[in-house]
Design a protein around this ligand. Structure first.
Ligand SMILES: NC(=O)C1=CN([C@@H]2O[C@H](COP(=O)(O)OP(=O)(O)OC[C@H]3O[C@@H](n4cnc5c(N)ncnc54)[C@H](OP(=O)(O)O)[C@@H]3O)[C@@H](O)[C@H]2O)C=CC1
Ligand SMILES: Nc1nc2c(ncn2[C@@H]2O[C@H](COP(=O)(O)O)[C@@H](O)[C@H]2O)c(=O)[nH]1
Length: 325
C-alpha cells in the first residue's frame, strides 16, 4: 500500500482541449440526482442546518443534514418534500435509530438519502443498520461510514450500502489519531486510493481537504463525492456561533465527537476551533466550481471523469514551497 497525503501529490497536466474553462462540466450524478459539483458540506452541527440544507438543495448542491437534533428529522423530511426537494438525513446505530427507520416507513416518509454516521463504520451494528434500511426503506440511497480499509468497503457494500464514506481521523477538528493511535490521518489520500480499488460503488472522501485542489486529487484517487468541514466553516450561513476576538470575526467549528457536541467528556475524539469569518457560502462554492473547471482543463478533458486518468508525482512535503493561500 502507498502512503501519501494530499500535500504530497501533484497531478500532471495533459494538452488542453477547450477554448474556455466555462465549457467544462463539473456536474456529478450521485444517487438519483445530479449536482453542480462533487462536494458536500460535512454533516456536522456547526456546518449545516435546515436553512442551508434548503438553499443547497434548491441550488443543486448535495447536502447531508446532521443527526444531532433527532426529534426534528421527520418534520425536516416533510418540509423538504413539500418544496419538491430531496431529503438527505443522517442516522446513528442505537436501538431507537432502528425504531426511527420503522417510523419513517409507517408514515410513508422516504428520504432520498440516508447516511449512517458513525466513527467506526466497519462494525456489525452498521451492517445491521444498512440491512434494516434496505429492507424497510428500499428506495433510500444508503451511505455508510466511516471506514478506512478495503475490507470495510467490501463488507458495507455487500450488506447493501449504495456508497461508502472513507476517512477515519483526517479531519481538521479530529483528535482520533492522537487519542487512539488509529486512522487515516496523515495518509488520507493513500487510504482513499486503497479503498477505491476495492469499491464497486461510489466512495465519498471525507476529511482532510485543505485547498480546492484537494477536491481534484480526491476524484483522481477514486472519490465520486468529497465531504468537507473546515473549508465550509466560518460562512455567513454556517450555524456555528459568531465570535469576536481582537477585532477579528470568527465562527466556531467543533467536532461531532467533541465535548461541545456531546455535552460530556466521554469518548471525546474531537475539538473546537475558531474559523475566520469568510462571507457568503455561495462565493466559496462558485470558487470551488471554477477551480475544478480549471483542474479538468489541466487534465485535458471536459468533464470530471478526465481527472481519473491523469498521471501524478509524489513530491513529499514540498509542493507548498513556503507558499500560503
Ligand atoms: N470520521 C471520523 O474520523 C470520526 C468521526 N466522528 C464523528 O463523531 C460523531 C459521533 O460518532 P460515534 O461516537 O461513532 O457515534 P455514537 O456516539 O452514536 O456511537 C456509535 C455507537 O457505536 C458504539 N461504538 C463502539 N465502538 C466505537 C468506537 N470505536 N467509536 C465510536 N463508537 C463506537 C458506541 O457505543 P459507546 O459510545 O458506548 O462506545 C455507540 O453505540 C459522528 O458524527 C462521527 O461521524 C467521531 C470520531 C471519528
Ligand atoms: N475524529 C473526528 N472526526 C470528526 C469529528 N467530527 C467530524 N469529524 C470528521 O471530520 C470531517 C470533516 O473534516 P475537515 O477536515 O473537512 O474539517 C467530517 O466530515 C467527519 O468525518 C470528531 O469529533 N472527531
Amino acid at each position: 500500500m502507498d502512503v501519501f497525503d494530499y500535500e504530497d501529490v501533484q497531478l500532471i497536466p495533459n494538452k488542453c482541449i477547450v477554448k474556455s474553462r466555462s465549457e467544462i462540466d463539473t456536474t456529478v450524478r450521485f444517487g438519483n440526482e445530479t449536482f453542480k459539483i462533487p462536494v458536500v458540506p460535512a454533516n456536522m452541527q456547526t456546518i449545516i442546518d435546515e436553512p442551508l440544507a434548503f438553499w443547497l438543495a434548491e441550488n443543486h448542491y448535495f447536502y447531508v443534514m446532521h443527526r444531532f437534533q433527532p426529534e426534528k428529522r421527520v418534520a425536516f423530511i416533510e418540509k423538504m418534500h413539500a418544496k419538491n426537494l430531496f431529503a438527505s438525513i443522517s442516522v446513528g446505530v442505537k436501538t431507537d435509530e432502528f425504531d426511527f427507520i420503522n417510523q419513517l416507513a409507517e408514515q410513508d416518509l422516504i428520504p432520498e438519502y440516508i447516511t449512517i454516521d458513525i466513527a467506526h463504520g466497519h462494525s456489525q451494528v452498521v451492517i445491521d443498520m444498512i440491512q434494516h434500511i434496505k429492507k424497510t426503506l428500499p428506495k433510500s440511497f444508503v451511505i455508510a461510514g466511516n471506514v478506512g480499509t478495503p475490507e470495510a468497503v467490501r463488507d458495507l457494500e455487500r450488506a447493501g450500502a449504495d456508497a461508502t464514506k472513507v476517512g477515519i481521523g483526517p479531519g481538521k477538528v479530529c483528535i482520533t489519531k492522537i487519542k487512539t493511535g488509529f486512522g487515516t490521518g496523515g495518509w488520507q489520500l493513500g487510504a482513499l486510493r486503497w479503498c477505491a480499488k476495492a469499491a464497486t460503488k461510489p466512495i465519498i472522501a471525507d476529511g482532510g481537504i485543505r485547498t480546492n485542489g484537494d477536491i481534484a486529487k480526491s476524484i483522481r484517487f477514486g472519490a465520486s463525492m468529497v465531504m468537507i468541514g473546515s473549508l465550509f466553516a466560518g460562512h455567513t450561513e454556517s450555524p456555528g456561533q459568531l465570535v469576536e476576538e481582537d477585532g477579528q470575526q470568527y465562527k466556531e467549528y467543533f467536532g461531532s465527537a467533541s465535548e461541545f457536541q456531546k455535552g460530556t467528556h466521554q469518548n471525546v475524539e474531537g475539538k473546537r476551533i475558531l474559523a475566520p469569518y469568510k462571507g457568503a457560502i455561495s462565493d466559496t462554492l462558485t470558487e470551488m466550481r471554477q477551480d475544478l473547471q480549471s483542474s479538468i482543463s489541466y487534465a485535458g478533458g471536459k468533464r470530471l471523469s478526465s481527472l481519473r486518468k491523469v498521471d501524478y508525482v509524489l513530491v513529499r512535503h514540498s509542493i507548498f514551497n513556503g507558499d500560503v493561500l
